[in-house]
Design a protein around this ligand. Sequence first.
Ligand code: 0RA
Length: 679
Amino acid sequence: MQPDGILKAFIYAHSIDEFRGRKKRRKFGWDAFGNYRCLSLGHRGSNLMEDSTYDAERIQVLEGLEAVRKRPSMYIGSTDFHGLHHLVYEVVDNSIDEAMAGFCTSISVVMNADGSVTVEDDGRGIPIGMHKKYKQDALELVLTKLHSGGKFDRKTYKVSGGLHGVGLSVVNALSEWLEVRVKRQGKVHFQRYERGVPASPIKIEGESQTNGTIVRFKPDSQIFESTEFNYETLSGRMREFAFLNKGLKVSITNSKTNESNTYRFDGGIQEYVQFINRSKTCLHEKPIYVNMEKDGIAIEIGMQYTDSYAESIYTFANNINTTEGGTHLVGFRAALTKTINDYAKQNQFLKGNGDSLSGEDVREGLTAVLSVKLPEPQFEGQTKTKLGNSDMRGIVESAVSEKLYEYLEENPKVAQACISKAILASQAREAARKARELTRRKGLLDVGNLPGKLSDCSEKDPTKCELFLVEGDSAGGSAKQARDRTFQAVLPLRGKILNVEKARLDRMLKNAEIRTIITALGTGIEQEMDVDRARYHRVCIMTDGDVDGAHIRTLLLTFFFRYMRPMIDRGYIYIAQPPLYRIKKGKTERYLYSDRELSDAVQELGEGADVQRYKGLGEMNADQLRVTTMDMKSRILKRVTVEDGVEADQLFTVLMGDAVEPRRNYIQDHAKEVEFLDV
Ligand code: 0RA
């Protein structure tokens, strides 16, 4: 999974269609437990026999772990990059729980040279000692029995739990080996597991005055597509954990490269908001901050207005990023709209009696982070990232209303700045509404009235349809010839599209290229957008491999990120991968998609091979474009996903916004990766 070009580390593009040469051959057969499974994942029988308490309970445990190994995706979502990193989050989650319960102040994560990861905390340590009911040591139970973590009544609610909340046993089952050290009762207890099965009894390794848990595990290469951890990814998540858990120290180290970071934020979410806004121009210096606990529910909110046009609201429930929103977000929005309107009316900011500011108006330019912690979170929605607990709406709404009104009254200057901005937003929205009405009247947002430039496909089922957004009329022409017209549509884009980071909606809707894209997609825009009306479930951005191409791609991604985010979240946006080189020797001809492929091919074909570098799509004829970039059988498409919404938001602001200084700094910092960025 290679991060894509300039969006490296923030928006990852994942290959679909095929994983070249990645397919693993596995042998399947019947195992000792009567399961049909991959035989190469076998247990070491001797481990089992060593222990005499090989009773029914134990068989159950093993069957539980077998189930995990057979269908890992059911427990950790996938066995790709995400699933792999999920293992670390799962272990850290347990330490975070210990921190939430008030017993742990520091967590450290180390990527070891042997590919394993060590997570250490200074909590109470996993309980040691025979468990009466299960007739097994508590430590072994936590590590081998599914969901056993919750079986010991840990007083507080399980706060984090991870997206899948599956516990240490799942990590254990999916690790080639796992070693746990528990510092408790003055001793260091040690046990090793192999593929979830104890490889030793619990031993006392030494003495310790302090308490804590150390888990070291090596992900199983028989399970995961790749077992290489990414430092940036882990580091970003650890930073998020630290922001969301005020005062907790979280450190991360890559022992291969000696990179290291230690995060600790005593300001919690207030600092998080400042961090997100660090390269934006803010309307007030300090974020408005709410931090309260009531009836076992914790609410922490930070909010700060900036001069930008986008709203950036991030919500979390029990440390999980609720990207689909939910009741807490609904409550927050309701409180914001109502409170700002109340204050504005009370202080004669709004003239007419019927005048009021809409939700969009009061959220323009707002950066907010909302974090709730509650006993039994219900996660709903397509990706289980929507909070469902209905009482959260009222709780958040009243908390925010009260604190926000208080804040506005105490800070009249800030209040005035925010409300003036909302009024401007309201006026712009009115202009946009008029523009939209105009466009609607002309039928431009109407699917029945598709732009002439669009060469549509004949298929009508959106799940099968693809739209190629192609840079330039000439490449557009080749793409039209190269496509399969039954399901592939082509829309050539002339020149640069508008930078939406610097324009409000009304100006955006006056831009011909943007309008054409909206019409072709059929979704509408912003609050009127309905992703279910998308006419294509694959929208492929196809630009030249030069500076201009990279710029146009970024402009398009900015547009989708800011105004059609659901298209990205649903996985409908892709980046076409035209080849970078063609190598030819005699009758052998090959297209190469990376410098690595090129050097491999040069080695293989030896002297006298002729290499051509493609700078633009225009250098390929229609046949070449088909084979290399458009034909399902031979192309590679990369799906655009937002790995980290906060980082992506920041990146778009930096790259496409007004401020020159942060952009220059970013480009200097990332000079090596940013091959094609013009300043
Ligand atoms: C169950 C019960 C208790 C603590 C833990 C589990 C625990 C698990 C992990 C995993 C990583 N770090 C951990 N720290 C604690 C409570 C034990 C007690 O009451 O003393």
